[in-house]
Design a protein around this ligand. Sequence first.
Ligand code: ATP
Ligand code: MG
Length: 256
Amino acid sequence: MGVVQDNRRGEVTVRDLSKSFALNGQRLNVLRNLHLEIRSGEALAIVGPSGCGKTTLLRILAGLDLPDTGDVLIDGHPVQGVGTERAIIFQEPRLLPWLTVLGNVAFGLTVRGVTPSEAETRARHYIRLVGLADFEAAYPRQLSGGMAQRVGIARALTVQPEILLLDEPLGALDAMTKLTMQEELARIWREERVTMVLVTHDLEEAIYLADRVLVLPRDKASGPRLIDIDLPRPRDRSESRFVMMRKRLMAEFGLH
Ligand SMILES: Nc1ncnc2c1ncn2[C@@H]1O[C@H](COP(=O)(O)OP(=O)(O)OP(=O)(O)O)[C@@H](O)[C@H]1O
Ligand SMILES: [Mg+2]
């Protein structure tokens, strides 16, 4: 489609980033001296136990939070607050209940000053991409959870970000919908050539979608690890190399 820009980059550099919070008068070190290079168009998954700092890292990448020290560069430029080259998708889609699917997806463009007709044309492209063409006139209350989350993804894509930041986007979905959505995310990522940073609790989801997996430990002494997922696409969950990779990732958490 002509609406997709070809000059996107979406490289992310994280340099010596640390973040702590004050908790009951003590410092809680959440991220410590993190270094990370995310390539243009890469799919990176972030996994780790609850409370290890996944959302904190994603919020810093989005520009919603500031690190204590260190910095984040997008295409070589320091992040200063939120920016149009980044879009974030939360666990809940947070749609506007008084707008239709089309209205919700077009909203981000109209607030940026795009004319309503142009906004609708572009919104329709992404509504089709997430498979909801028949539902563009529906209201959020008329959608299933998986459909609402797809609207959220379409809304994020419509503003054509270089970088898509996702915080457990499929966490609230039932198992079947989740599998379908993982396939759709894999396809959307491939078609849009967007850099994707995906926080997930689900190790299989990480292996299914990512080029590399960043493992954030709870114990900061052991340091984060990056694991290459060197498997052909589309990926097959039952294939032996996939299963081996799952074992390897589970071993990172002492699981068997
Ligand atoms: N605004 C805040 N003020 C104080 N502490 C915070 C704040 N935000 C996060 N934390 C603490 O930082 C740690 C990391 O939180 P974060 O939300 O990044 O974890 P997470 O890895 O996303 O966990 P989960 O998998 O449960 O979503 C937690 O111990 C949390 O209590
Ligand atoms: Mg979180």
